[in-house]
Design a binder for this molecule. Structure first.
Ligand SMILES: NC(=O)c1ccc[n+]([C@@H]2O[C@H](COP(=O)([O-])OP(=O)(O)OC[C@H]3O[C@@H](n4cnc5c(N)ncnc54)[C@H](OP(=O)(O)O)[C@@H]3O)[C@@H](O)[C@H]2O)c1
Length: 308
């Protein structure tokens, strides 16, 4: 099968290649999915599990991508809950071969059934972005109705979903990003938009939760905006500055079938609109990952099986 792989840690995005790889093995409680559409995350080359398995052993050549939408074609020994022919979407394991491939072996519990009326290219934009936004805002940030949340990178894959989930939960959203993204983000429901290149972050005022996908100076300066008892949640990096009057959390998104099912229902009912910034074939996945295409808001999705 064809897949986008990496082998050399020092090669950066130039090391991505479209390679012939063996069809994956379905281990206990796995399914093999015929991948119709897949997503990737810009920071994947920096994640330890991209290069090593859970025991720390080199696992290259490694298939990139950790989210998919597709159809189950095989069940592993003892797998229950999903059937061959079923449409599914969800996360692949960080430390195994991923989703930028024609087939992927995934633990069944990492996947949720995909309703027939959601296209694979839309579903592939949901698992990492949707679960990260959900878990960051509610599981780690404990965001509540009426509170104020500052969401950085609000036009990106994670941020654009976080804005929508936070608004629907009844929070006041102050969103940040690039100047070009202002109209899009305000259209998602944010109360205020701050251009990080031009506006003063202190204009956000005091907030109950900071949700950060950028890290560095943006993350550290945001800790000063926290109300007493508030939370800074980062998915980009652990904060190097601790908030004086609240707490800071860095986490890695976890698979969650119930949360995936809820996200799918929100998409069906029109309450959540994943922003699919571009759909590219597998042959262009390396260029998309390397950011060689025109910048678009939202999530770039790789389509592996043509819908027609
Ligand atoms: N820990 C976890 O479990 C987890 C899960 C998901 C994602 N992540 C991490 O979260 C980050 C974001 O992921 P994503 O999929 O949302 O990426 P993305 O789609 O590229 O979104 C990032 C957004 O932030 C904007 N941005 C970045 N730096 C900025 C700056 N200095 N000023 C203004 N805007 C800036 C980007 O604009 P430009 O495109 O113009 O730069 C883009 O709109 C990545 O580093 C990823 O690795 C972590």
């Amino acid at each position: 099968m064809r897949a986008i792989t990496v082998q050399d840690r020092d090669a950066g995005v130039g090391g991505l290649s479209l390679t012939e790889m063996p069809y994956p093995h379905a281990a206990e409680n796995d399914v093999v999915v015929r991948v119709h559409a897949a997503g990737f995350t810009p920071g994947e080359l920096d994640w330890p599990a991209t290069w090593t398995d859970r025991a720390g052993h080199d696992r290259t050549p490694a298939v990139l991508g950790n989210e998919l939408s597709g159809v189950v074609v095989e069940l592993g020994y003892g797998t229950t809950g999903l059937t061959v022919g079923q449409r599914v979407f969800g996360l692949t394991d960080w430390a195994r071969n991923g989703s930028l491939a024609e087939y992927a072996a995934v633990e069944a519990r990492n996947l949720a059934p995909l309703p027939a009326d959601i296209e694979h290219t839309v579903a592939a934009a949901l698992p990492i972005s949707g679960l990260t936004a959900w878990q960051g805002l509610f599981d780690h940030g404990h965001l509540a109705t009426g509170q104020t949340v500052l969401i950085h990178g609000s036009a990106g894959g994670v941020g654009s979903i976080a804005v929508q989930l936070a608004c629907e939960a009844g929070a006041q959203v102050i969103a940040t990003g690039r100047a070009d993204d202002r109209e899009l983000v305000l259209g998602l429901g944010a109360r205020t938009f701050l251009d990080l290149d031009a506006d003063d972050l202190r204009n956000a005022g005091e907030v109950d939760v900071v949700f950060d996908v950028i890290g560095g100076d943006v993350l550290n300066r945001s800790t000063e905006l926290l109300r007493p008892g508030g939370t800074v949640v980062s998915v980009a990096m652990p904060p190097t500055v601790q908030p004086g009057n609240g707490r800071a959390v860095f986490f890695v998104v976890e698979p969650d079938r119930a949360q995936l099912a809820d996200l799918a229902q929100r998409v069906r009912s029109g309450r959540l609109k994943p922003i699919v910034g571009g759909v590219r074939p597998l042959t262009e996945a390396a260029d998309a990952f390397a950011g060689r295409h025109r910048r678009t808001p939202g999530k770039t999705v790789i389509q592996i099986v043509d819908a027609s």
